[in-house]
Design a protein around this ligand. Sequence first.
Ligand code: FMN
Length: 406
Amino acid sequence: MNWTHTVLTERLGIRYPIIQAPMAGGPGTPQLVAAVSNAGGLGTLAGGYLHPEPLRQAIAHVRSLTDRPFAVNLSVAAPAKTDPAHIARASELLAPYRAELGLPPTPASPAEPPTFEEQLDVLLQERVSALSFTFGAPDNVYLELLRDAGIVTLGTATHVLEAIVLEESGVDCIIAQGAEAGGHRGTFVGHPEQGLVGILTLTPLLAQHVATPIVAAGGIMDGRGIAAVRVLGAAGVQMGTAFLACPESGAHPAYKALLRQGSEIATTLSRVFTGRYGRVLRNRLTDELRAHEAELPGFPLQLLLTQDLRQAAAERGLTDFMALWAGQGCYLCETRPAGELIASWVEQATALLGSGVSSPPAPELASTPESEPESEPESEPESESEPESESEPEPAADFTPDQSKP
Ligand SMILES: Cc1cc2nc3c(=O)[nH]c(=O)nc-3n(C[C@H](O)[C@H](O)[C@H](O)COP(=O)(O)O)c2cc1C
């Protein structure tokens, strides 16, 4: 069977098992989402930060550009509790940067973030094709509503225990987010460091432990990466950074220009922009506030506190204070239209895989998305921690973020 035909393409009604990752904060425009869907992949609209009406409008915008299926992405985490001491400390730490940009010393009171429930209402009313989510698993009652509405669900896991939690909740697909990935870490069980598993390890690991189809994400930048994870048992890929420099991407031109540059713009993990760890290009804010990360409030409080600083920086084209989300593969970014990229990746992967994925599974690797699923995981994961649906745990003092350079 052709490598492009998988349970993912079948479930979603798409031609290629290639999902464009949701990219909140500007890059994931309706134009990019539609371009990917029109090219045979699945575009994803980043809805996590959108209140109901803008979310509805964004869905309508995508629909005006494509009649193909696309997904919407939401975050599941309960917002961090208001935390006056950490908020005061963050304001103090951000004040010198605000002064540099001519902003008042403290940000205006942040608006309330949207709730998952009100966002979900919109998706159910709009009958979108698929919902992907990160930072946890929605309550069963919501998953049932989505199933009844025929909406395909994709949850994000960064290690085995999370994949098992998602499988037990009944999601249709599990996105395996490798440590290489740009953007927020989806880790919702245990310490963020526990979820820093490379995609070449994570893909076969999850394929071995759960029967739910796996979508590999993180560091996949072209047809070579797609072929590699297909061979390792993924039913498809989710790619974010590879689309960042496309003309359809809404990333700031100064941000796009940095993606392909050398080692001084290596990625790092930081929580200075939002209160959750995520992979970004290193800049002044990540470097200078590195030592104070544990003093900052959680997601999305820190996101709201840095909002006008990031906006003022973007208006001036000043990358020092922008959140430059990017994966470790960013040096491979291409500036071509999304449709052209997808066509060339499909060609590359086809050249590598021929007409099918023929590599034999490892002896212990009894379960792959295309083989007969196992009903029980083969072994218990090492971690004994309980799943948490709350926001990200406070960072431990000994967490040393990945400093590796692309
Ligand atoms: C700019 C950017 C923004 C992102 N925003 C989101 C988001 O809103 N929701 C989400 O689930 N993942 C988000 N991600 C993470 C992606 O879902 C995915 O894990 C990642 O892009 C895969 O790794 P790659 O960037 O190396 O392809 C974002 C990634 C990037 C690069």
